[in-house]
Design a protein around this ligand. Structure first.
Ligand code: HEC
Length: 112
């Protein structure tokens, strides 16, 4: 019984810390989204004529690989954004690398 309780406590702890990590990731993603290029990604992407990122992710037309490709290389009116993302204060504070910063941004946009 004691052993079972220990296992259960461990499971709850892992579940809770997993949630805390997910929350932090989304919080950092939000800061990137709102602050990139000083005015945020939404300046362009919350306008109907430009790609609707959250909707495209949900529709399955924008996956994590394409997301990264466009952010790193730019596309048409879309500026290259990797350097800008890595300069974000929330990213430097968390010590995130490029993949982690992109994961956070993708997670935030997916949650919108
Ligand atoms: C100056 C306006 C502008 C800003 C700022 C901007 N984008 Fe874009 N973005 C565009 C335009 C325009 C396109 C469409 C490019 C094309 O398809 O020719 C685009 C395309 C994209 C795509 C591809 C979407 C798809 O479904 O094909 C992604 C992903 C993307 N942007 C992410 C971002 C993120 C994340 C940020 C903030 C870090 C950002 N953009 C900031 C204008 C902008």
């Amino acid at each position: 019984m004691k052993k079972l309780l220990g296992v259960l406590a461990g499971v709850v702890f892992v579940a809770l810390s997993g949630q805390a990590v997910a929350d932090e990731q989304i919080e950092i993603g939000k800061k990137i989204y709102e602050r990139a290029f000083g005015r945020g990604c939404g300046t362009c992407h919350d306008i109907a004529s430009n790609p609707q990122l959250a909707a495209n992710i949900k529709a399955g037309t924008l996956d994590r690989a394409k997301f990264e490709e466009v952010i790193k290389n730019g596309k048409g009116g879309m500026p290259k954004a990797m350097d800008e993302i890595m300069k974000n204060a929330a990213v430097t504070k968390a010590g995130y690398g490029e993949a982690q910063a992109l994961d956070a941004l993708f997670a935030y946009i997916s949650s919108k």
